[in-house]
Design a protein around this ligand. Structure first.
Ligand SMILES: Cc1cc2nc3c(=O)[nH]c(=O)nc-3n(C[C@H](O)[C@H](O)[C@H](O)COP(=O)(O)OP(=O)(O)OC[C@H]3O[C@@H](n4cnc5c(N)ncnc54)[C@H](O)[C@@H]3O)c2cc1C
Length: 476
């Protein structure tokens, strides 16, 4: 029997690497009473395990994009500041641009997305604790982790997102949720989920790949459609027969006109968008996804009454990328902060600052922030720098006014999505940030290039440059 390339991959490449796993008013800070109570040094914390008990001036939860940016920039402001970063993983993995690894774009291997923490720790000299945060006691100002408990004067939260399968699929047992996470991972949280998704694609036979877009707020809104583009390019290159089916609870998705224009030109009818469809069940054994699709508006126009109806439908898939409802990381619940009442639960902020509304000694950056700005790596990096300025000014007894209070910040967020390969083309969205009197807001713009098209080869080059720049900012 002849073995084709995909069969060979199944037998030969299963062992893919697993990734190890002061008082604020409005926008200005007034100096507050800050006890200088740091007790441990970089040497005492780095490498320490279960017994670490110390107290630090600033404790940052999350060594992701937001948390690392705060830590690096606080140290740039004051090299003697006593900072501890708590992170559960031993390596950093980038979600931004990771879809190009799925698309097998030139030079984009798993290694392009993994960075070690040793370099920034050594360069900036902050304390580091590898451990999982299990509890936060704000009245005692203590964070309990799997590696010990630590005290803080100021706490910064940048723990990212969690998934809420329980709310979306209330009848699923914990075992079924665990199984689906394993066989059809969402791949929005850095780590082995991306590796599993890539392996599932490598091993697939002809058939459809289904990607689901959840309702509510979720991490990097263009990510599912960028992923659909990269899966389509992968299937084209590998000559895999089948379609990429994007199923959304809503009527549209981020940057939709730009994606649709690109897909029609690059992939014909290979990518199919199914709107207004709520995923209700998945049978991983038969590889069948069930969804309830609503059609019709229920509104009357001049002649007709358009009936609104919901029908249950099924789709057989070969590979499933089930992206469920997103929510703020459980760390936010542990802190007992006031959050928005939507399904995500964003942290309510104090005016336009990165201090939380609930507690003047607790700050937040990254995807959990309750400002009206997009949940992106670029925004987390921007917010991290602002947050570091705020905290640094506060500790020095001064004040800091966020630039957005004085004038709109042009392109505070720039988010690229790769849509094609050979030649690489990408689309982009920019957000100008402004202060509306109660929160920072972002206004999006999806530009076309000089040739009148959204997708541009120059934008693809800018995507790669942006990624190199962001990683250099954090890790070198
Ligand atoms: C596929 C994909 C593509 C994307 N593309 C782009 C892009 O092109 N451009 C862009 O700007 N953004 C992009 N993003 C979005 C970007 O990745 C996030 O917005 C960004 O990472 C948010 O930063 P954060 O600090 O809030 O969270 P993260 O970067 O996820 O960091 C959170 C950290 O907290 C740690 N943590 C969580 N819980 C605990 C705990 N209990 N104890 C200890 N540590 C804990 C985690 O391990 C993690 O390291 C993309 C995202 C995805 C999924």
């Amino acid at each position: 029997m002849e073995m084709n390339r995909r069969d060979a991959l199944k037998f030969g490449a299963v062992g893919a690497a697993t990734v190890a796993a002061a008082t604020m008013t409005g926008c200005s800070t007034k100096a507050g009473e800050m006890a200088s109570s740091a007790t441990s040094s970089a040497a005492s914390a780095v490498g320490l395990g279960a017994d670490l008990i110390g107290k630090h001036k600033v404790v940052i939860i999350g060594g992701g994009i937001g948390g690392m940016t705060v830590a690096n920039n606080l140290k740039k402001k004051d090299k003697d500041m006593d900072i501890l970063v708590i992170e559960k993983n031993d390596t950093f993995m980038s979600c931004p641009v990771s879809n190009t690894y799925i698309g097998k774009l030139e030079g984009m291997t798993l290694g392009s997305f993994i960075f070690d923490y040793a370099q920034p720790i050594q360069k900036h000299g902050y304390n580091w604790l590898q451990g999982e945060v299990m509890a936060i006691d704000r009245s005692a100002k203590v964070v309990t982790t799997s590696s010990g408990a630590v005290g803080y004067d100021i706490l910064v939260l940048s723990p990212g997102i969690g998934y809420n399968y329980e709310a979306q699929f209330p009848t699923w047992s914990p075992e079924k949720i665990a199984h689906i996470k394993r066989v059809a991972p969402a791949a929005l949280i850095p780590g082995s989920e991306h590796v599993i998704l890539e392996r599932n694609l490598n091993n697939m036979e002809d058939g459809d790949v289904v990607i689901t877009i959840p309702s509510g707020k979720f991490r990097c809104p263009p990510a599912p459609a960028e992923r659909a583009s990269m899966v389509a390019t992968f299937m084209q290159k590998e000559e895999i027969e089948g379609k990429v089916i994007l199923i959304a609870e809503g009527a549209g998705f981020a940057k939709k006109p730009a994606f649709i224009e690109s897909w029609e030109a690059l992939y014909g009818d290979k990518i199919v968008f199914i709107p207004n469809s709520k995923v209700t069940d998945v049978d991983p054994d038969t590889k069948v996804l069930t969804y309830a699709q609503t059609t019709g508006t229920g509104k009357k126009d001049e002649d007709d009454f358009e009936i609104m109806k919901t029908e249950t439908k099924t789709h057989k898939y070969e590979v499933l990328n089930l992206i469920p409802l997103n929510k703020a990381s459980d760390v936010i619940g542990m802190a007992g902060l006031e959050v928005t009442k939507d399904t995500f639960g964003k942290v309510k902020m104090n005016g336009c600052s990165f201090q939380t509304k609930t507690d003047e000694d607790v700050y937040a950056v990254g995807d959990v922030v309750g400002h009206g700005i997009p949940p992106s790596g670029q925004t987390a990096n921007w917010a991290g720098k602002q947050c570091a300025e705020e905290i640094s000014a506060r500790l020095k007894g001064g004040s800091y006014e966020l630039p957005v209070k004085k004038a709109p910040v042009k392109a505070g967020n720039v988010c690229y999505s790769m849509v094609g390969d050979m030649p690489e083309t990408a689309i982009m969205v920019t957000h100008d940030f402004s202060w509306n009197g109660s929160a920072i807001m972002g206004k999006g713009n999806v530009p076309k290039g000089p040739n009148g098209l959204y997708r541009q080869t120059g934008t693809a080059k800018a995507l790669r440059d942006w990624y190199r720049g962001l990683m250099a900012d954090m890790f070198s």
